[in-house]
Design a protein around this ligand. Structure first.
Ligand SMILES: Cc1cc2nc3c(=O)[nH]c(=O)nc-3n(C[C@H](O)[C@H](O)[C@H](O)COP(=O)(O)OP(=O)(O)OC[C@H]3O[C@@H](n4cnc5c(N)ncnc54)[C@H](O)[C@@H]3O)c2cc1C
Length: 334
């Protein structure tokens, strides 16, 4: 049985990541669950190459850089990470709650902070036979560890920022990079397009993946020209698909939470109608709610502090100032 944590953060977007950091700061054991392989929520999945201008102290910060720093900040307290698992069921038990993921993993927790944004992100699939079989065996919808791609022939499918970002990131370590896109127009940042065009990466345009080959592991891909319907085989070791995401509040709707217009209703302490369950960030609603990162992270800090006092009634609500702490024993990851 997985260890019971003091607080589970459901959703590893910017608000959840800051909540995880704050829980660590308060000496709580923390688990983050996200349906995606990568942390960062909308910052990473939807607009990694856009500048954000309304972060306190950052005149301009790229969304992907902000996500990376939020991950580093949360990593100080080494939260337990459960990635690529969608929280499906919630049941109350004597010590809090047990969350069960779509893979059947039971994750016990004393309290729960839901920072699920617009719901679980799931990557858009390419929709070809054998896709499910080869998932995790050469086929991925994001990059969990760059090292996996070292010395490999890699195909990246997609024409947006994420596809270009991964192609540029993996190019220095992969044996070869092929970028496959159904059109000759890209949705990526112009600078990224120019940068990748200046490398040895091959562009396969007006093409889609028609077949995946391999038994225990992917060995190659058949591409189809969207106009001529001509097909060609390419051997490759890894395919990274980056063609967008769908989001759905889905399972959370059956947890007995009060939900109005796809948002969880909370009180002034970000408490839901379930005891010990909070909702913060884009997923919650209250009078005056702003769907912004700057306000969401404040909600997360408050929710975590209330959760702390529930677990330990002797704990103060006010955490004190972080600048008074010595965090040298908890370095942020590099
Ligand atoms: C194009 C664009 C530009 C933006 N620009 C700005 C800006 O400049 N400034 C600003 O403040 N805001 C901006 N926003 C809004 C900002 O991104 C959101 O307010 C912020 O991401 C909300 O953070 P969050 O952590 O609440 O949710 P999200 O970032 O949505 O993260 C939620 C996470 O929860 C996960 N999740 C949900 N349900 C489950 C489940 N059942 N199981 C497992 N995982 C689950 C999802 O996969 C996701 O990763 C922008 C948004 C967009 C789309």
């Amino acid at each position: 049985m997985t260890e019971r944590v003091d607080v589970t953060i459901l959703g590893g977007g910017p608000v959840g990541l800051f909540g995880a950091f704050y829980a660590g700061l308060r000496g709580m054991s923390v688990r983050i669950i996200d349906s995606l392989p990568e942390l960062g929520g909308q910052l990473t999945a939807l607009y990694p190459e856009k500048y954000v201008y309304d972060m306190p102290g950052f005149p301009a910060v790229l969304a992907k850089d902000l996500a990376q720093d939020l991950v580093r900040q949360a990593s100080r307290f080494q939260p337990d990470l459960v990635l690529e698992e969608t929280a499906q069921h919630l049941r109350q038990d004597a010590d809090g709650y047990v969350i069960t993921t779509h893979k059947g993993t039971d994750l016990p927790t004393r309290t729960l902070v839901i920072s699920a944004g617009a719901g679980a992100f799931t990557p858009t699939k390419i929709g070809v036979p054998r896709e499910e079989d080869l998932f995790g065996k050469g086929l991925a919808y994001g990059v969990k560890s760059k090292e996996l791609y070292r010395g490999k022939d890699v195909m990246i499918v997609g024409g947006g920022d994420s596809a270009f970002d991964w192609a540029l990131n993996l190019h220095p370590i992969a044996k070869s990079i092929k970028l496959v896109h159904r059109r000759d127009q890209f949705r990526a940042h112009e600078e990224s397009i120019r940068e990748l065009q200046s490398t040895s990466a091959e562009f396969h345009l007006w093409k889609v993946v028609a077949e995946l080959h391999g038994e225990d592991h992917l060995t190659g891909v058949t591409l189809e020209n969207t106009q001529t319907k001509e097909r060609e085989f390419h051997s490759c070791d890894e395919v990274v698909v980056n063609i967008g995401f769908k989001s759905s509040l889905g399972p959370l709707k059956d947890w007995g939470l009060t939900i109005e217009k796809n948002q969880i209703v909370v009180d002034h302490l970000y408490q839901t109608n379930l005891p010990g369950v909070f909702a913060v960030g884009d997923v919650c609603n209250f009078e005056g709610k702003l769907k912004l990162i700057a306000t969401g992270v404040g909600e997360a800090a408050t929710a975590v502090c209330i959760a702390k006092t529930m677990i330990d009634p002797t704990a103060k609500l006010f955490p004190g100032h972080s600048s008074d702490l010595d965090l040298s024993a908890h370095p942020a990851s590099s």
